[in-house]
Design a binder for this molecule. Structure first.
Ligand code: C2E
Ligand code: MG
Ligand code: MG
Ligand code: MG
Length: 300
């Protein structure tokens, strides 16, 4: 059957055997089948205050629960989903799921527990002429207030011309907050911030790696911190929020706080987890706030 062919093709692809282009096409078919069979799941990585670890938001990240391979990471299938266009229905699934879950958290824990929920949007979705109305429809159906939704886009996606730019301005006008993801890795990060209605910049992990290392130089001469420092200064000047990505150690938290970062995301703070894991963190946080004025712990 076609289903078995698809499966065989995918196995060939992941084993690195066979013709890559053919394998990609088969992966595309496999993704369509996976969507029909409800094999995608959404996990949520907390976004945390760097002083006290309070969870203020989440980023939704998609996972593929493959029947034989187990959990497949998005790096392995998002590119194929973009090429084949399957990212459009898959992205809509992630959006619906995230909005539904965010409303469930708001209902359970109240409006102050979780400020916002974010998810990644690819260029292909922004090109889809129905994207803005789809987002409006999902927000209306779920009851999630627009200002609680964050859509993360990369610099390269933003630079894809008129249609994308129009979509981004419409989303911004609706009150949805746009985040520039992996910020600093693109070729024109700075000029982009002027031309694009961003509310948040997410400092890419590559500028967090090594930020804690003390070169023994005066702060201003420390090349390892130069981009992180420039980004926060620019963000402050433009009135944007910042999130530092990929924080893996307490020393990085300290270094980022010294530079003025207040929000972060990373394995040291909290790993991506199923919705129930976030619910437990929010419950603990609420209990801690009720019991004393101290903050709950996001990790551990
Ligand atoms: P991203 O949007 O930059 O997401 C952050 C990625 O970094 C996630 O990988 C997350 O698990 C990982 N991460 C978080 N903290 C740490 C850390 O401390 N150390 C390290 N080494 N990694 C950390 P993930 O979930 O594998 O996603 C990879 C990329 O796939 C995402 O990068 C995003 O670009 C894309 N992606 C994920 N879900 C979706 C989706 O629903 N739609 C679209 N279009 N793209 C998605
Ligand atoms: Mg992201
Ligand atoms: Mg990112
Ligand atoms: Mg990144």
């Amino acid at each position: 059957t076609a289903k078995q062919q698809g499966k065989a093709g995918f196995v060939r692809y992941v084993d690195g055997m066979g013709e890559p282009v053919l394998a990609h096409m088969q992966l595309g078919g496999e993704l369509r089948r996976a969507l029909d069979h409800d094999e995608f799941r959404v996990v949520y990585q907390p976004i945390v205050r760097l002083d006290g670890n309070r969870v203020i938001g989440v980023e939704a990240l998609v996972r593929w629960h493959h029947p034989t391979r187990g959990v497949v990471s998005p790096a392995e299938f998002i590119p194929a989903a973009e090429r084949t266009g399957l990212i459009v229905p898959l992205g809509l699934f992630v959006l619906r799921e995230t909005c539904r879950q965010a409303v469930a958290w708001l209902d359970e824990f109240g409006p102050d527990a979780l400020k916002e929920a974010g998810l990644n949007v690819s260029a292909r979705q922004l090109h889809d002429p129905d994207f803005v109305s789809d987002v409006a429809g999902v927000l209306a159906d779920s009851g999630l207030p627009c200002e609680r939704l964050v859509l993360e886009v990369t610099e390269s996606a933003v630079l894809r011309g008129q249609q994308v730019s129009r979509a981004l301005y419409e989303l911004d006008r609706m009150g949805i907050r746009l985040a520039l993801d992996d910020f600093g890795t693109g070729e024109s990060s700075l000029s982009l911030l002027r031309a694009f209605p961003a509310a948040i910049v997410k400092l890419d992990k590559s500028f967090v790696d090594g930020i804690e290392i003390d070169d023994g130089l005066p702060a201003a001469a420390d090349a390892r911190q130069a981009v992180a420092r420039a980004v926060i200064q620019l963000a402050h000047a433009l009135g944007l929020d910042t999130v530092a990505e990929g924080i893996e150690s307490p020393e990085q938290v300290t270094a980022l706080r010294e530079l003025g970062y207040t929000l972060g995301q990373g394995f040291h703070l909290a790993e991506p987890m199923p919705a129930e894991g976030v619910s437990r963190l929010l419950a603990r946080q609420q209990a801690a706030a009720a019991g004393s004025s101290s903050f709950g712990q996001a990790a551990g």
